[in-house]
Design a protein around this ligand. Structure first.
Ligand code: ATP
Ligand code: MG
Length: 401
């Protein structure tokens, strides 16, 4: 498993960062010699983004700093929503439109900040989907860099999975599958519908924001990359992202493909199923890294029920749990080519989200069909009439790690 990405999940680090100091010597050397290429890489990417934006409407508005200061009552503490690698996020009300927004203020000491700011503005101006957070506008006044997003009233998925306050409702199984399916649809848009395709690179629970009815949207595109086109199979780039979510091949070689996002998606799905953080240093050594903990358990169906989040209190469909674990296992496979395509993941999760579990029914009787403990986890059975080919492609993916 890659332990090379600099940020740790579950901890608020100040900067969204590169791997540099966590890299083995070989990797460090490779990074140093790549730094000129990286600048070229960035400027080529900006050009491509800008040339794409030329043909499409950039819908983001520009704001003066004073408008955003007024919206947040001068960035008052009671408007503070949270802080990530980019800077602090505040809730505000725009005086011009009365709209409630979330305003992210770039940490002015941020080294990567300006690049991320530009990429975020350009990417989000071009990408529009019901499962992507909407960028309303930005401010680039003097040294100030701020991003203005639609306000997501339920905060991040991370806030609903971990360290729950007593008044916060725990997420039930149906809600978890709905969130996973929605996040997968956002990723499908980036991989399969956007032109050129986009590699998200920063998929994790804190970047899945929740709207009314727990409608999920992906946020934070500052690390996103345009996917390779033509004969190129990958983009070589600095390794960035968040520890615990980075695909091992990307962490080791810097070779980025859409399959790196599939790995990160698998980690998020595992978090949703197990209620365990991608990295949790408070656990014993063998349980700190979620994927490393889960891999041996994937091989033994009798252990599947031990993987379910105890907060679910046994309220999940047994077959649904198996199938969701099968999808997660396929996504986090070491071999990127063995990981499924996002379209297949969407099909599988749409199916799982459609199988509503009735929490009134005790777990043992809750499946519509009797559960065969001999059913291998790779078998993902769709409803009658559902796409056979998609089902097969999931069945054919081995879950053996
Ligand atoms: N549009 C939004 N609406 C409501 N809350 C938001 C919005 N954007 C961010 N937040 C809140 O602010 C917190 C910090 O977000 P931010 O994206 O800066 O950090 P992060 O996701 O924890 O880390 P990273 O910088 O790696 O993305 C989020 O966890 C969320 O609770
Ligand atoms: Mg974020």
């Amino acid at each position: 498993m890659g332990g090379l990405c600099a940020k740790e999940s579950g901890k608020k680090t100040k900067k969204k960062d590169q791997i540099a100091n966590a890299s083995p010597p070989v990797e460090k050397f490779a990074k140093t010699s790549q730094s000129v290429d990286n600048k070229k890489e960035d400027s080529a990417e900006y050009k491509e983004l800008l040339s794409n934006s030329g043909s499409q409407q950039i819908s983001a508005q520009t704001f003066a700093f004073r408008e955003l200061a007024a919206a947040t009552k001068n960035f008052r503490a009671d408007c503070f929503l949270g802080e990530g690698g980019f800077g602090k996020v505040y809730k505000g009300r725009l005086e011009s439109s009365n709209q409630i927004v979330a305003i992210k203020q770039l940490d002015q000491n941020g080294l990567q900040g300006n690049r991320e700011f530009l990429v975020e503005v350009l990417m989000l101006s071009l990408l529009h989907h019901p499962n992507l957070v909407n960028l309303i506008g930005y401010c680039a006044d003097g040294d100030q860099r701020l991003l203005v997003y639609e306000y997501m009233p339920l905060g991040s998925l991370e806030d609903h999975l971990y360290d729950l306050s007593p008044q916060r409702k725990r997420l039930d199984w149906n809600m978890r599958m709905k969130i996973a399916a929605g996040a997968a649809k956002g990723l499908e848009y980036l991989h399969d519908k956007a032109t050129p395709p986009v590699i998200y690179r920063d998929l994790k629970c804190s970047n899945i924001l929740l709207g009314d009815g727990y409608h999920p949207k992906l946020s934070d595109f500052g690390l996103a990359k345009l996917a390779p086109v033509g004969d190129n199979t990958h983009v070589s780039t600095r390794v960035m992202g968040t520890y615990g979510y980075c695909a091992p091949e990307y962490a080791m070689t810097g070779q980025l493909t859409v399959k790196s996002d599939i790995y990160s998606f698998g980690v998020v799905l595992l978090e949703l199923i197990t209620g365990r953080r991608a990295i949790d240093n408070s656990r014993t050594a063998g349980e700190q890294n979620l994927v490393a903990w889960a891999r041996p358990l994937f091989k033994d169906r009798r252990k599947f029920s031990q993987m379910a989040d105890p907060m679910l209190q046994g309220q999940y469909p047994v077959r649904g749990l198996y199938q969701a674990l099968a999808v997660a296992a396929m996504c986090v496979q070491e071999q990127p080519t063995m990981r499924p395509l996002i379209a297949d993941v969407v099909t599988a999760l749409n199916y799982l989200a459609s199988q509503l579990h009735n929490p009134q029914i005790p777990p043992a009787q809750s499946t519509s069909r009797s559960v065969s403990f001999g059913t291998p986890p790779r078998m993902l059975k769709g409803k009658q009439g559902e796409s056979d080919s998609q089902e097969k492609s999931l069945e054919n993916s081995s879950v053996n790690q």
